[in-house]
Design a protein around this ligand. Structure first.
Ligand code: NDP
Ligand code: GDP
Length: 346
């Protein structure tokens, strides 16, 4: 039986990866930084909270990481832990770098010390491409990050590449484009939209306030992306791969499809120079676009070319954009319907 250690076990990808590896017969150990919140809901929702063993480990604490590696002796490590929210990285650039950049160096140093033969996956990000000039981004596209988050991820990325080259470690980076699901954090725009629309529908909220509706992302379905992570560590040779759908859509498109599924009919209007989305069925303004939610620097469009992983590892996404929006919107309608009955939020 193989043993995997997953950092970021309580996040979206940690939960799906744990479920995927348990299905494959792995023993799964989740590294939990113990933040005090009841953040076990994703593992509970997937019905695996009793099957994943957890251990306290924080990427800020080197000796803690070393002890955890000595104690758990994993065959594979998936480093999914991060301060993963771009907007917060502008407010907390130093903390973001401590976790996402130096945290990767701490972890790799610990691996080098304890067992340099174990396999290591690093969660790199399409945000590293940032202000890209190419229509599609692949493994050879130059990086130009536009946020402290993107910069910190680039450090983690190059550190992983360097440990592979310098110490012959089996270390891979998945350069993942945005991937979403009903388990996505509420701060990210997709889930913020589906959750808030469901709240509005059931009378638990008045309106949804958003920032830049024109930004475009290559949005995929998270459970498919965790399979790509696993495939990388099963390959004959360690390498880096772009993981993406190859399609790009705007925040506005996501919003309009989600609104239609939730049975709203949005008409756009301008009031006092502010863009407003009115539900034509009820004649109520339910969406506002606020300049305060715009970022100091923005990545306007991303679209990945995942030919390499398709060709070498046979990975290909199946879930299309509209289906993804549908899965997320339906899940939040189901959750909020129950909450509305009890008159409390989910
Ligand atoms: P989440 O934000 O849902 O999960 C991140 C996890 O990291 C959380 O469980 C969090 O713990 C944990 N964490 C944060 N700081 C520390 C720390 N100091 N020590 C240990 N653990 C810590 O992210 P996702 O699951 O969506 O993403 C997984 C990884 O993939 C992240 O690294 C992200 O940056 C990267 N990525 C994600 C993409 C996406 O679209 N989802 C795209 C590209 C890359 P807690 O629960 O206690 O807060
Ligand atoms: P990111 O691509 O990792 O930054 O993922 P997000 O889901 O946080 O943001 C995707 C895009 O949506 C970015 O270009 C944001 O500027 C844009 N966006 C517009 N309104 C919002 C909002 O209210 N919240 C978030 N998180 N993003 C928003």
């Amino acid at each position: 039986m193989k043993r995997a250690l997953i950092t970021g076990i309580r996040g979206q990808d940690g939960a799906y990866l744990a479920s995927f590896l348990l299905e494959k017969g792995y023993e799964v150990i989740g590294a939990d930084r113990r933040n005090g919140a009841d953040s076990n809901w994703r593992l509970k929702e997937l019905g695996i909270d009793k099957d994943v063993k957890t251990i306290y480990m924080d990427l800020l604490e080197l000796t803690n990481i070393i002890r955890v590696l000595e104690k758990t002796k994993p065959d594979e490590i998936y480093n999914l832990a991060a301060q993963s929210y771009v907007a917060v990285s502008f407010e907390q650039p130093i903390f973001t770098s401590e976790v996402n950049a130096i945290g990767v160096a701490r972890l790799l140093e610990a691996v080098r010390l304890v067992n340099p033969r174990l396999k290591f996956y690093q969660a790199s990000s399409s945000e590293m491409f940032g202000q890209t000039k190419t229509v599609y981004q692949d493994e050879n596209t130059p990086f130009y990050p536009k946020s402290p988050y993107g910069i910190s991820k680039l450090f983690g990325h190059w550190t992983t590449v360097n440990y592979r080259e310098a110490y012959d470690m089996f270390a891979c980076c998945g350069i993942c484009f945005n991937h979403e699901s009903p388990l996505r954090g509420l701060e990210f725009v997709t889930r913020k939209i589906t959750y808030s629309l469901a709240e509005i529908k059931y009378g638990l909220r008045e309106r949804l306030i958003l920032g830049n509706l024109e930004a475009k992302r290559d949005w995929g379905y998270a459970p498919e992306y965790v399979e790509a992570m696993w495939l990388m560590l099963q390959a004959g040779r360690a390498d880096d791969y772009v993981v993406a759908t190859g399609e790009t859509h705007s925040v506005k498109e996501f919003l309009e499809i989600a609104a239609e599924i939730a049975d709203f009919k949005i008409k756009w209007a301008k009031r006092k120079n502010m863009l407003i989305g009115i539900d034509e069925k009820k004649g109520k303004a339910i969406i506002k676009v606020a300049d305060e939610l715009r970022r100091p620097a923005e990545v306007s469009e991303l679209r990945g070319n995942a030919q390499k992983i398709k060709k070498i590892l046979g990975w290909q996404p199946q879930v299309k954009f509209e289906e993804l929006v549908g899965k997320m919107m339906q899940a939040d309608l189901r959750r909020l319907k129950n909450a509305a009955r009890k008159r409390k939020t989910y």
